[in-house]
Structures are given as structure tokens and as C-alpha cells.
Design a protein around this ligand. Structure first.
Ligand SMILES: [Fe+2]
Length: 381
């Protein structure tokens, strides 16, 4: 399968993955349908910029989606229910009921299990949704990415206790709480008016100040819910703090911010950039990766950025790229330790299509890609 812009779909392409566009777990279009002109119009009207298709050029390319359609549907249903309860709680000025987050536990367990199953493999984090699905799907994708990075970080470097000392026990419990914190990180946005959340343009200064209240509003909401614990609270309260202290709500610096909240910060920004949002189109995966790496040591914890670079491929299988000699190609597969030198299927020029290993032919680069800084990779090793 391969990822193609909805504006340039080949005739009678077959959809390879479900397309979600709203709060509902039911997709707008299901995998397997042939994309005729009417369906393409539906996709474009829903703001879906690109879709995974099955055709001859994508044959044998098998990207691993970080979470399955089934887990995504489970998560969408659980979060939609939680968001309804959160809106009612906001309206009455109370917190969430103690059992409000019970359903989320199953979702976090399911995501954690899938993340463990992908150990050592490159996974695809490309967006599959329209902008109206952003609020819900962002929480799910941020959780999957945060657990992917968090698991590798803890396995390789342990987790830090409240004294900042390394611990290597109770890893599953740690990851579960991180997952709950990631799922609930933006719950406080339910206290914001829809006119701000879904505003297609730039926010005014006053609107932006209101957005900055969502971490504290989130903590207020979950205080009485069963999922509450200091680690979950830290993710909710601190996922917009920065390594250099220039974040919000309190401008906490470096290790003043809980290690798990520092993971949440990376997952939040990467998923936001690479998702269709009401106010900005999705950017390609490699732009998201470059943004995270460029923020190492200023916006983000450099160690977490290094682990992120080991887990998230800038050019996942199925993505179309331009080679340094101008030819177009699709990424077929990735070597384990050199994500930016994949096997590609060359689509243009003499003899095309054919597969080429960029590990064997070092004269070819991917156009516009700056390799991961060596210092950063060393920090993660
Ligand atoms: Fe947030």
C-alpha cells in the first residue's frame, strides 16, 4: 500500500485503511472501497488531504500502523463518552465522576499491548483523519506515540523517581500511568468554547491566553476521577512546559517538569504538526521529526528527542519522496539503524519502476532531508 494525495489519486484506486472524520467511531469510508469520483469529492470536502491505497505501485509495501483500526475505534468511543461527561462537568462547575475514566484504562492497555508488539519495528504515524476528528484522534495518536517513546526510554534508561534517581522496576505500571496522562492531557480543552477550539484562523491574544488555561482546567476536571495520580496530573498540567522554561502554565524548567510530562510534550507537538487541524493542514512526517530534533535542548528534553529519533522514521514505508537526482520514489522498507537510507521504489526515469537500496547506493539522498545531528544520536545511545 502507499500514501497518495486525494488531489492526485489514480483512477479506481482501492482504499487501504478506514477514514475517520468526526467524533463517531464509524468511518466515513471503509478500507476496500474503490475511490470513484463521488468518494473522492467526499474526502476532499471533509478535508482529508491524503489516503492509503492498494495498487500495483504499492504492491509488497506493508506499513505497520502504530495502532489497529479496532483499537482506534475502541479509543474513539471511550473518549467521545468521556468528553460528553467532561462538558457536563464543566457546565456544572464540578469535576469528573470517579468512574468517568474507567473505559480509558482498557484503551490504554490495548495501545500498550500493540506498542509492545511493534518492538524494534518502524511504525507509521501518518495522519488518516480529517480535521473534524482532530480533538479525539489527537489524544489517541499522542498516547500511542508517547508510549512508543516512553517504553524505549524506560527500557534503556530506566525511569526517574521524585529524587531524580534511576529506577528499573514497575515498568508496566509506569507506562500505564503515562498512557492515562497522555489520553487526558487535553481534557481541559473541553472547558474552552468550540469557537476557539475549531477556529480556522489565527487566535487573538485574548483567545490564546484562554487556551493556555487548559492544563490547569484539565487538572481540576480529573481531580476526583479514578485515574488521578501525581504522574497523570503532571502530564495534564505540564505537557506545554518547555525544557528552557519558556512554556506554560508556569514556565517550569528542565527536570522541574516530570520526565513523563516531558515525553508528553514531544508526543503532543509531533502529532499536532502531522495531523489535519481546523487551522492548519497536516505536515509530512519528516517535517514533524525535524521539528522535534530542532527543539532538542530548547523546547524538549534532548535525551527524549534522541529516543524519539530511534523510534520514529522520517520517511515511513508507503510515503512518496523525491530523490536528490530529481526522481520520484516510494519508500518500500527501512533498515533498522538507518531510517533515512531506506529501500525505495523508483517511479520515474529509465527502467522505472524498480527497487533501489539507499544503503547500497550512497550517491542518492532524499531531497530536502537533513540527517539527525550526530551529537543527538550519541546522547540517546
Ligand atoms: Fe494541550
Amino acid at each position: 500500500m502507499r500514501l497518495v494525495c486525494t488531489a492526485s489519486l489514480p483512477d479506481d484506486a482501492r482504499l487501504a485503511c478506514d477514514i475517520l472524520t468526526g467524533r463517531d467511531a464509524a468511518p466515513l469510508l471503509r478500507a476496500g472501497v474503490t475511490l470513484n469520483a463521488r468518494f473522492v469529492e467526499h474526502l476532499q470536502r471533509a478535508g482529508v488531504q491524503s489516503v492509503w491505497i492498494d495498487d500495483d505501485l504499492g504492491r509488497g509495501i506493508d506499513p505497520i500502523q502504530v495502532i489497529s483500526a479496532q483499537t482506534r475505534a475502541l479509543g474513539t468511543r471511550a473518549l467521545a463518552g468521556l468528553h460528553e461527561q467532561a462538558k457536563r462537568a464543566v457546565a456544572t462547575g464540578r469535576g469528573l465522576e470517579p468512574e468517568a475514566t474507567d473505559d480509558l484504562s482498557d484503551v490504554v492497555d490495548a495501545i500498550l499491548q500493540e506498542v509492545e508488539g511493534h518492538d524494534g519495528k518502524a511504525v507509521v504515524l501518518a495522519d488518516l483523519c480529517g480535521p473534524s476528528a482532530y480533538t479525539l484522534q489527537h489524544s489517541i495518536d499522542m498516547t500511542a506515540l508517547g508510549l512508543l517513546v516512553g517504553r524505549r526510554l524506560i527500557l534503556e534508561h530506566g525511569w526517574l523517581d521524585y529524587k531524580g534517581e534511576r529506577q528499573d522496576d514497575r515498568i508496566e505500571e509506569r507506562l500505564f500511568r503515562l498512557g492515562m496522562g497522555l489520553m487526558l492531557a487535553d481534557i481541559g480543552k473541553l472547558a474552552l468554547p468550540d469557537s476557539i477550539l475549531n477556529k480556522p484562523g489565527r487566535l487573538s491574544e485574548d483567545e490564546w491566553e484562554l487556551v493556555k488555561t487548559h492544563p490547569k482546567a484539565g487538572v481540576k476536571l480529573i481531580r476526583d476521577a479514578g485515574a488521578w495520580c501525581p504522574l497523570v496530573q503532571s502530564c495534564v498540567l505540564r505537557h506545554h512546559e518547555r525544557w528552557d522554561g519558556r512554556g506554560y502554565p508556569e514556565g517550569k524548567l528542565e527536570t522541574e517538569v516530570h520526565q513523563m510530562a516531558r515525553i508528553a510534550a514531544v508526543a503532543d507537538v509531533f502529532d499536532a504538526i502531522t495531523s489535519e487541524r481546523p487551522y492548519a493542514p497536516a505536515k509530512p512526517t519528516h517535517v514533524g521529526v525535524q521539528t522535534i530534533l530542532a527543539g532538542a535542548g530548547t523546547q524538549f528534553d534532548p535525551l527524549i528527542c534522541g529516543v524519539f529519533a530511534q523510534r520514529v522514521a522520517p520517511f515511513p514505508p508507503g510515503i512518496e519522496v523525491e530523490l536528490s537526482d530529481g526522481r520520484r520514489a516510494i519508500v518500500v522498507s527501512l533498515p533498522e539503524f538507518e531510517f533515512d537510507r531506506p529501500v525505495v521504489r523508483v517511479l520515474s526515469g529509465p527502467g522505472a519502476p524498480f527497487d533501489l537500496s539507499m544503503q547500497q547506493d550512497h550517491s542518492i539522498q532524499i531531497a530536502g532531508w537533513n540527517p539527525v545531528p550526530a551529537a543527538l544520536a550519541a546522547q540517546a545511545a
